[in-house]
Write a protein of this length. Sequence first.
Length: 217
Amino acid sequence: MTGLRPARLDAVVALGAHCDDLAIGAGGTLLTLCAGRPGLRVDALVLSGGGTGREDEERAALAAFCPRADLAVTVLKLPDGRLPAHWDEAKNALEDLRARTAPDLILAPWQGDAHQDHRGLAELVPTVWRGCLALGYEIVKWDGDLGRPSVYQPLDPETAEAKVRLLQEHYPSQRHRPWYDRETFLGLARVRGVECGARYAEAFHTNKIVIDLASGG
Ligand SMILES: [Zn+2]
C-alpha cells in the first residue's frame, strides 16, 4: 500500500493525559519520526503527574523516545482521573501551547478511548487546533476499548524492540501492573502490523485528512 508523506514535517505537538501515555501509544512513531529528522521540534504536554516522580520518569523517557529532537516537555499537575472537572485548565493549557507552536502533526489520544482523561483530552484537540493533521493513538487497557484504526505507521523490528525496552527502562513506577509487559506492547504492534502489511506498527484514528492529489510542480 502506498504510504502518504506529509509535504512538511518540522514540528510535532504530542499530548498525553498521563505520564507514559505518549510512549505507549506513539513511542514507536516518535522514534521513527525523530530518526530521520535531527532537530525536529517536539512540544510534549502531559496533563498530570507534575512535581512527582512520574514527571522525572516522563522527562527521561521522552528524551529517549525523541533522540536528537528539539524537545520541550511540560508536565502539569491536574489530578489523575479528574479531567472533566478540570476542563478549563486543560483547555487553557492547550491554547497556551497552540499560541507558541506551529505543528505539522499532533499526536493525542483518540475520542473512542474509554478512559475519561484520555477521551477528554482527545475531545479538546479539535476545539483548539484546526487545519493540522491530528492522529489519535491507542492505549490497550482493561476496558477493552480498542477500535478499528485507519492510519498506520509501520515500525521496523528494531524500533518496535526499542519501544518495548524504553518502556521497561523508563517507567519503573508502572512495572507492577500486570499488563505492563513486553507481550502486551509487542502483541498489539504485531496485530497492527498484520493489518497494514508490516511486521509491526502503531495505529491511529483520525477525524479528518485533507489530501492533495495535484501533480507536484
Ligand atoms: Zn493514561
